[in-house]
Design a protein around this ligand. Structure first.
Ligand code: GSN
Length: 231
């Protein structure tokens, strides 16, 4: 059996994408088993592999971990992406949770707001420029260092770069009033492991397109139908 972590999720970004990012930063090679049909998800459930019947699930170090945050915490701790002491860890967690929350809002955009997607996109972009990005622009300005916390790379830096790139897909000039975030983006993107992850052919997933959005919607509808039908 290979010692590589095995990721079980759909062939898209979703909740697995920050997990892929952290593994790439830690230079951990991984395998992916994509869930394509409801039968694939059923099989994992029947095998008893999904504690709460949900994915993402990651097989790693003899465990079958579920819950995105638990998986991220484990990888970040194992590969020293959580700061040097408990105070740094607290700040890194605080930044990370904020950024992950924003990432989830963006992830949900094509699925949760039928008929009101453009309006919701506007709401999100206003939060990005009015709430989230000013926080990190100020952090970088106040301490003048290269990374968000403790002058070393942490998971907060990784998540922030990820969310910057995702928001740029929604609005290309989103960083125009954030010069320090612009420099941060260039700096963090040039870290060799990250540079490699950003190149074509890496396990990084592309932005959802019409076809993949339609597939996910179909999957969600099937799940809802099943739930409504009961056990
Ligand atoms: O973060 C987590 O891993 C959990 N708190 C949520 C996981 C989750 O909702 N997974 C979905 C698919 S991924 N979507 O965003 C799932 O497995 N839903 C099936 C179900 O029966 O809840």
């Amino acid at each position: 059996m290979s010692g590589k972590p095995k990721l079980h999720y759909f062939n898209g970004r979703g909740r697995m994408e920050p997990i892929r990012w952290l593994l790439a930063v830690a230079e951990v090679e991984f395998e992916e088993q994509f869930i394509v049909t409801m039968a694939d998800l059923d099989k994992l459930r029947e095998d008893g592999f999904l504690l709460f019947q949900q994915v993402p699930m990651v097989e790693i170090d003899g465990m079958k971990l579920v819950q995105t945050r638990a998986i991220l915490n484990y990888i970040a701790e194992k590969y020293n992406l959580c700061g040097k002491d408990i105070k740094q860890r607290a700040i890194i967690t605080m930044y990370s949770e904020g950024i992950l929350e924003l990432g989830e809002m963006i992830m949900d955009l094509p699925y949760r707001y039928p008929g009101a997607e453009e309006k919701q996109k506007k709401v999100i972009l206003e939060k990005v420029t009015g709430r989230y990005f000013p926080v990190f622009e100020k952090v970088l300005k106040d301490h003048g260092e290269d990374f968000l916390v403790g002058n070393q790379l942490s998971r907060a830096d990784v998540y922030l770069l990820e969310v910057i790139l995702t928001t740029e897909e929604l609005k290309a000039d989103i960083l125009s009033n954030f010069p320090l975030l612009k420099a941060f983006k260039a700096r963090i993107s040039s870290i060799p492991t990250i540079k490699k992850f950003l190149q074509p052919g890496s396990p990084r997933k592309p932005a959802a397109d019409e076809k993949s959005i339609a597939e996910v919607k179909e999957f969600l509808a099937e799940m809802r139908q099943r739930e409504a039908a009961g056990p």
